[in-house]
Design a protein around this ligand. Structure first.
Ligand code: C2O
Ligand code: CU
Length: 490
């Protein structure tokens, strides 16, 4: 193994402590991609509320033939069903915790009251059920859900607690986009993993200051995945649900594809590209054209802004590695052409900003503080727009996620953002070392001075170590309350 490591890894071979390094970025595509079941609501209450049921539980999953791994999942052994709702729906999710430790479920990207957010203040004890409810009031988007217990988020997500939450609206339903779930509209939950006997190895390697980095990837919990497709156009809903790894998605022949949606929903128009970088927590929807009978592979390509020391393992020198193979049928159903106009991102342009804040990202904390459950870091006024300038001079990659809102990136290092961020609704943005980003955010509330929302680095090890802060939304002229240091438990 040592010789192989040296051969493929050059100077970074010493970073890897484990065995099982054999594929050098190439996959065998031996397994058919699993598609998380679409969970319809289980019942409708008298007031029209759609009720969904989620149970967090422990289980076992056979990722490799004949070898079972201890995992956690929602309503199953690993990952969770895809929840789906429409703008205007009233929803309630009954979250039952059948684990033997407390956790939470956070609706990443969702605009909703702070008490329903599922952050570290809404802990669910073992055996308890927590039933947040809210009205969906935002454009169609690919959102996701995952635990958020302070200090243990990385572990809970890595064990398998993650799922997608898709939102539709009238506009998105009317557009001629690929939308047959699991057929020409595929959820693609990308995670890197490492196995240690019958469990996931979640230890960070030497020097892995960014957090855990696995030695192979899986999609929707499938290692070496392929998927047969029967339509000319295929929509992939990419979610980087890894704890620390950043991917630059493209195809093996570098074909161009259409980027159609960001974290918060459809772009105004498709953006043609051949590479798209997603850091942990970010989503993108892309539409790719396949030719009859061909095989094409979604891969991750080298990234010059992630840092060599953290970019290693898969490809050694060039660090490209396979993610998912698409196998096109010999005859394909024709797909309608992509529309020229897609969505209308509902994001502020910053012109009415009433306040500017600055956030300095360091692994030791944000603005010099580590997260404290009983300290509110920022108080914003309901119904106002602010600009937040986020700066990373820390020498390592970070990203920045804000709960409750979809923001606009106004500037990157003082300049107009690149095409994939321009006019895009984002809730999480990659902030490479040496980058300053100016964001515009609008806080619609409702006001709740006692219950904070979070902002944090979504490299989960950093978040767990305290790269997180809290803000409350209050009515004009009001002050923040005093949040409970332990959170409330359901
Ligand atoms: Cu996806 Cu605060 O998290
Ligand atoms: Cu970070």
């Amino acid at each position: 193994v040592a010789v192989l490591l040296a051969a493929i890894g050059g100077g970074f071979a010493w970073l890897w402590t484990g065995a099982d390094i054999s594929t050098v970025g190439k996959s065998s595509f031996a397994n058919e991609l699993a598609i998380p079941p679409l969970a319809e609501h289980t019942r409708v209450k008298a007031d029209g509320t759609k009720v969904f049921d989620l149970e967090m539980r422990a289980g076992e999953t056979e990722f490799r033939p004949g070898r079972r791994t201890t995992t956690w999942g929602f309503n199953g052994d690993h990952l969770g069903p895809t929840l789906r709702a429409e703008r205007g729906d009233k929803v309630e999710v009954r979250v039952r915790n059948s684990l033997d430790e407390s956790s939470t479920v956070h609706w990443h990207g969702m605009h909703l009251p702070a008490r329903m957010d599922g952050g570290p203040h809404q802990m669910v004890r073992p055996g308890a059920t927590w039933s947040p409810h809210w009205k969906i009031d935002q454009p169609a988007a690919t959102l996701w859900y995952h635990p958020h217990p302070h200090g243990r988020t990385a572990q809970h997500v890595q064990r398998g607690l993650a799922g997608m939450f898709l939102l539709d609206d009238e506009r998105s339903s009317a557009l001629p986009l690929p939308k047959k779930y699991g057929v020409d509209d595929l959820p693609v939950i990308v995670q890197d993993v490492k196995f240690d006997g019958d469990r996931f190895d979640d230890r960070r390697g030497t020097m892995q200051d960014v957090g855990f980095l696995g030695d192979r990837t899986m999609v929707n919990g499938t290692l070496d995945p392929y998927r047969e497709v029967r339509d000319e156009l295929v929509r992939l809903r990419l979610l980087n649900a890894s704890t620390a790894r950043t991917y630059s998605f493209g195809f093996d022949d570098s074909r161009r594809y259409a980027h159609i949606a960001t974290d918060g929903g459809l772009l105004e128009r498709p953006v043609e590209t051949d590479r798209l970088q997603l850091s942990p927590g970010e989503r993108a929807e892309i539409v790719v054209r396949v030719r009859p009978g061909e095989r094409t592979t979604l891969r991750s390509f080298p990234q010059d802004n992630y840092g060599d020391a953290w970019n290693t393992r898969f490809g050694g020198g060039d660090d490209s590695f396979d993610i998912l193979q698409l196998r096109a049928a010999a005859t394909l159903r024709p797909s309608p052409a992509l529309p020229e106009r897609l969505g209308e991102p509902e994001i502020p342009d910053g012109s009415d900003a009433v306040r500017a804040r600055h956030f300095d990202l360091k692994r030791s904390g944000i603005n010099g503080h580590k997260m404290a459950m009983d300290r509110v870091d920022d108080t914003v006024t309901r119904g106002t727009t602010e600009t937040w300038t986020v700066r990373n001079t820390n020498g390592m990659p970070h990203n920045f996620h804000v709960h409750d809102v979809q923001f606009r990136v106004l500037e990157v290092n003082g300049k107009t953002p690149p095409p994939h961020l321009l006019g895009a609704a984002k809730d999480t943005v990659f902030v490479p070392s040496g980058t300053t980003m100016k964001l515009a955010l609008r806080f619609e509330g409702p006001a709740d001075p006692d219950t904070p929302y979070m902002y944090h680095c979504h490299l989960l090890y950093h978040e767990d170590k305290g790269m997180m802060g809290q803000f409350v939304v209050v009515e004009k002229g009001r002050r923040a309350g005093q949040p409970d240091s332990r959170g409330h438990e359901a």
